[in-house]
Design a protein around this ligand. Sequence first.
Ligand code: RFL
Ligand code: PHB
Length: 389
Amino acid sequence: MSTQVAIIGGGPSGLLLSQLLNRAGIETVVLERATRAHVLGRIRAGILEWGTVELLREAGVGARMDARGISHDGCYLTDEDLMVHIDFRALTGRSVMVYGQTEVTADLYSAQDALGTTILHEVSEVEIHDLDSTRSHVTFTHDGQRKRLSCLYVAGCDGFHGVSRKTIPEDRRRAFERVYPFGWLGILSETPPVHDELIYSNSPRGFALASMRSEMLVRYYVQVPLSDRVEDWSDDRFWDEFSARLPSDAAARLVTGPSIEKSIAPLRSFVSEPLRWGNLFLVGDSAHIVPPTGAKGLNLAASDVYYLHDALIRAIRGQGTTGIDGYSERALARIWKAMRFSWQMTTMLHRFDGEDAFAAQMRKATLDHLAQSETARRELAENYIGLPY
Ligand code: RFL
Ligand code: PHB
């Protein structure tokens, strides 16, 4: 087999890159480890920055998002005393879109089917070769057979546990990491949202987030110790704890119901530099992870894809290599700013076990300052709606 761009991983990064390249007349083959049903069943991100929304429209996958997504003009940051409204639209002129990653992925699969692109599922033992030559190749097992895919470029879109990052020699990459001493327990429930905008709550009992997917589907989270397991959390226990962490007037309006999904995700900040090794380019979670507090994970994957698709199109059309040569530096400049924002939101809103009284006062003062200062609110809003590409 032969193609122009081999894409390892058929999650949102790999599918969006494939979509944009194929629309520009460039051939791709996507190699995905899991089944399509598995990829579509993963409940993850829920907030799209305005830039992601525009990129999805440009990729020809905006119709269902525009019909079903919910535009949000603001969100709330709260503690037991204060409820601070961050009015994105008044502060920046922009909004974000509530539209789940599962929906984005489903839209991308439909669009790829319509274009007739090649996506191989249930591939295993992927290995990437000859990255320093003009033609590279990828070997993998599919349908019980070992296969070889020859290509000009390889896009590593295979998430944090994929093979792409590890193909770069250890002495030629550098990792930056912060692991947080807690996780998020999330549930999905077919109940009406407790508020029409998201609530990020810094309660003395720990962080809670009230998010949503639609008018009758909520996504709620509570901060939990890393040692907790999903089995420790009955629905009743979840609702009691979640309610206790919300501002009291929101808690009074809370509608509870059975959970239809429940999972725990650890929180981590991670960057691996550089994003390029010969003909290999890392994209999305394969190169970086953010804690979900700033809603940046999926959006950073989209901005990486934006930079890379443009650079690859130029290189393949013979219009020069400045794009691919500058990809790593350009993408990292935006990645580090999202890292900073996600880390700051996480620090501002979570209770750290064993922390001293000073730490709680710092969180309180940060929220007080946001309540008083439009400049502080604008800074937060500008980062939340997404920095320019
Ligand atoms: P993905 O989505 O991990 O997709 C990578 C794909 O590559 C496949 N794969 C391989 N394929 C072939 N060969 C291999 N060796 C392979 N190894 C892996 C995988 O099966 C998968 O299909 O990465 P991508 O495309 O870069 O997209 C990134 C986003 O998914 C991610 O940033 C966000 O979902 C992060 N994230 C969240 N972000 C938010 O903004 N808000 C959230 O609430 C939120 N929740 C989450 C999350 C990430 C989670 N993970 C990764 C553990 C919750 C979880 C549980
Ligand atoms: C979500 O809806 O899953 C969600 C929303 C905002 C975040 C994180 C997750 O910051």
